[in-house]
Ligand binder design. Structure first.
Ligand SMILES: Cc1ncc(C[n+]2csc(CCOP(=O)(O)OP(=O)(O)O)c2C)c(N)n1
Length: 573
């Protein structure tokens, strides 16, 4: 049975039917009819303070839950402000649906007030997008948007709706199933290739599992765990995949790549078989591609056919959902144990891996006089116990957090891996805490990125979200400063952040608690107090300014050519 209603109400009903409980957004002229419906609708709207943060918060919500996150903006500047978040979601394959308002259909193309070609602008930033000019197309577009965003390789979908479509009256016929000719998702994997993969795995003497964000997106952590135990393979989780295999698991080596561990990068470089699961051979992982894993055959499992063979031609390509493919592989390798010779070689491989781990562990050094960034992350990790949600911004703090914090479940580590968008961490933490009120949520941000997200302190305060905002304050755009120090002869150009607000006063201005610390002995008690606080907390931690993140693979280098530390500290002029 269909009911007559306005387009704006139809949108709200469609969202409710999709199970949406929250929209992160910002209103404006053309979305007024929708906001009028939201006035007394049970779908909750969270008023963020900048549209970019609506997209980041929707991503935080989606990354922490696996559900589709929803954001909303008005036409013109509202929609253009969303675009960084859309690209971010695109790069990290995060399922979000963005609703934007558009000028009335008869004004499109007339340079009307707040008109922008949102459809055109967002075409390359989305998995798919729609321009809805007729109310009769609205429900179909919304339900399709949710299906496309969450199926196959997830991603952002935008629906741009004209004001007249919002205002018109139409019949809502709930759409229960979606068929999109030309949009095919291959989930099962090719049986013959899966069999070939299982043989390669059981013949391999130096296997290495290279598991990424695809495992988390597919909710395939349990299947991965079974796989690495059956194959008894050392396993790295990429920056996007941290938590896919628990950090506490004995097979977990750590993160590979530019700031990955010595053992992870040496393992990848010496493996005879790389089992790549839900990864995209990102340049930050591979370093110089031609020199990447030179001795390894490659099995690549990915749901997106475009990723398989994009950067590295696999010996065994498997297009499918890791959640469906891994159980099939598990069954086959369980039936086919490796030979005694291979098993002996594997034991040697494991002792080599353990030796690399012991030779060069991550730096966790502390100082008696100043708070080292590594000390900060170690203390946050102690309080998290591998169970807190940690949303990070972009920069040195992100790399130290990724190295030094444990993640014993998927969906705990939220970061802008592909796009590397500063300003992501705080709004992502907001979205995650909204979705997971039961969880301890840290936002770890630099003093640069924090100042890009300050407006969201108001959102956090107004909802009373108990996010623990930890600013790793080194007085610099630290990661850029590190590159200038190491590769530009220490000519520090426009990287000094010489003005930072008083954290206590800033937090107080928004009605919650804050504090600045700079002594190592203050760190543990200050973090504990922040965690105990029932509401939000802003802790500004002044850390040693010139610390660099190591290991580091210089741009263009092979990943076994890591710089393990600065030979001599370089003095600032
Ligand atoms: C929006 C955006 N602008 C610029 C950059 C380039 N960038 C990468 S890291 C970085 C420095 C970040 O400084 P800060 O937030 O203080 O963190 P830190 O590196 O000191 O931990 C910059 C400018 C970026 N990633 N995103």
């Amino acid at each position: 049975m269909s009911t007559l209603m306005s387009g704006a109400r139809m949108l709200a009903e469609c969202l409710a039917r999709e199970g949406v409980d929250c929209i992160f957004g910002y209103p404006g002229g053309v979305t007024l009819p929708f906001y009028d419906v939201l006035y007394d609708h049970h779908v909750r709207h969270v008023l963020v303070r900048h549209e970019e943060n609506a997209a980041f918060a929707a991503e935080g919500y989606a990354r922490a839950t696996g559900k589709v996150g929803v954001c909303c903006a008005t036409s013109g500047p509202g929609a253009t402000n969303l675009t960084t978040g859309l690209v971010d979601a695109m790069m990290d394959s995060i399922p979000i649906v963005a609703i934007t308002g558009q000028v009335p259909s008869k004004l499109i193309g007339s340079d009307a007030f707040q008109e922008a070609d949102t459809f055109g602008i967002t075409r390359p930033c989305t998995k798919h997008n729609y321009l809805v000019k007729r109310i009769d197309d609205l429900a179909q577009a919304i339900h399709e948007a949710f299906y496309v965003a969450s199926s196959g390789r997830p991603g952002p979908v935008l629906v741009d709706i004209t004001k007249d479509a919002f205002q018109g009256q139409g019949h809502y016929q709930p759409v229960t199933s979606v068929h999109l000719p030309g949009y095919k998702v291959f989930t099962e994997g090719h049986t013959g290739q899966i069999r070939r993969a299982s043989q390669l795995i059981q013949e391999s003497e130096r296997p290495m599992v290279y598991a990424g964000g695809g495992i988390i997106l597919a909710n395939a952590s349990a299947e991965l765990r079974e796989f690495v135990e059956l194959a008894d393979a050392p396993t790295v989780n990429t920056l996007m995949g941290l938590g896919a295999l628990p950090s506490s698991h004995p097979n977990f080596i750590s993160m590979p790549g530019m700031h990955g561990s010595y053992a992870a990068n040496m393992g990848m470089s010496n493996a005879d078989l790389l089992i790549a699961l839900g990864v995209r051979f990102d340049d930050r992982v591979t370093g110089r591609l031609a020199a990447f894993a030179p001795h390894a055959k490659v099995i690549h499992v990915d749901i997106d056919p475009a990723e398989v063979g994009k950067n590295r031609a696999p010996d065994v390509p498997i297009v499918g959902d890791v959640k469906r493919v891994l159980p099939k592989l598990n069954k086959l390798i369980a039936e086919m144990p490796p030979s005694a010779k291979t098993a002996a070689a594997r034991r040697e491989w494991w002792s080599q891996m353990r030796a690399w781990q012991e030779e060069h562990p991550y730096d966790r050094s502390t100082s008696d006089t100043e708070i080292k960034p590594q000390h900060l992350m170690t203390e946050i990790d102690r309080l998290s116990g591998g169970n807190a949600i940690i949303a990070s911004d972009v920069g040195q703090h992100q790399m130290w957090a990724a190295q030094l914090c444990r993640f014993n479940e998927p969906r705990l580590w939220l970061n802008s891996g592909g796009l590397g968008s500063m300003g992501f961490g705080l709004p992502a933490a907001l979205g995650a805490q909204f979705a997971r009120p039961d969880k301890l949520v840290f936002a770890i941000v630099g003093d640069g990125g924090f100042q890009m997200s300050v407006p969201e302190l108001a959102t956090i305060a107004s909802i009373g979200l108990p996010v623990k905002i930890i600013v790793m304050n080194n007085g610099y755009l630290g990661m850029v400063r590190q590159w200038q120090t190491l590769f530009y002869n220490n000519r520090l150009s426009s990287v000094e952040l010489d003005c930072f607000p008083d954290a206590e006063k800033l937090a107080a201005a928004y009605g919650f608690k804050g504090r600045t610390i700079d002594k190592p002995w203050e760190l543990a008690p200050a973090l504990e107090a922040a965690v105990k606080e029932p509401g939000p907390y802003l802790l500004n931690v002044k850390v040693s300014p010139m610390e660099n993140v190591f290991p580091m693979v210089p741009a263009g280098g092979a990943i076994n050519e890591m710089v393990l530390g600065t030979p001599e500290p370089v003095a600032v002029q």
